[in-house]
Design a protein around this ligand. Sequence first.
Ligand SMILES: [Zn+2]
Ligand SMILES: [Zn+2]
Ligand SMILES: [Zn+2]
Ligand SMILES: [Zn+2]
Length: 248
Amino acid sequence: MAAKRIFADEDFTCPVCCDIFTDPVLLQCSHSVCKACVEQYWITKPFRQCPICRKRSKRNPPINLALRNLCEAFLEDRNQRASEVLCALHDEKLKLFCLDDKEPVCLVCRDSSKHKDHRFRPVDEAVRDVKEEIRRTLIPLNEKKRVLEKAKQTFIQKEQYVQSQGKTTEKLIKEEFLKLHQFLFKEQESRMTAVREERRIKCEIIQKKVETMDREISSVIQIIREVEKRLGVNNISVLQNFKDTLKQ
Ligand SMILES: [Zn+2]
Ligand SMILES: [Zn+2]
Ligand SMILES: [Zn+2]
Ligand SMILES: [Zn+2]
């Protein structure tokens, strides 16, 4: 661990992307660059050259395995150091947990007057206990979740019932109004037929009467003509036929 720390970030930094090397390739000039970086660089150039010293390079340069392994080890070490929190007062690892103050402490803290007569647990054990406690708080929460979900289910079922009931009522209304429409249409038709029939009969009677009148008128016209003829003959005949004329 201590040996690794003699390296600094810049030893593993690609000169093109300025990040820790990813799959570094070894060029003929012995410079190293990320595989992706050099390929990207070559797209813009007429021939393959080193992005640092401009010397020509062969196609498909080999991966610099040694450098790649060192980069991986360096990143792993850096991540580990980042996750390792040290005591703010003594810069020592926080190996213990003070049960009275409920805080992680280092070995120097334990012997300090601040934690005199306090009870301690190894951090791993304390983590286990705390996790157990957290798990216990989950029990009522899970129960609450279960109750809420059950209540939600009830509401969903109610909604489904309301939906289906509404649809059934809609269907019934449609059916009833359809029947009503059919009934009204038939009723209209039968009344119209009755009115037409009545009109036809009345008109027929009137026409018959008109025909009778026509016949009477023409017979009267006939008589008028007969009478007018008699007016034209000699005077004695008028007197002789007078009685007959009156009879007509
Ligand atoms: Zn790079
Ligand atoms: Zn070079
Ligand atoms: Zn401390
Ligand atoms: Zn304490």
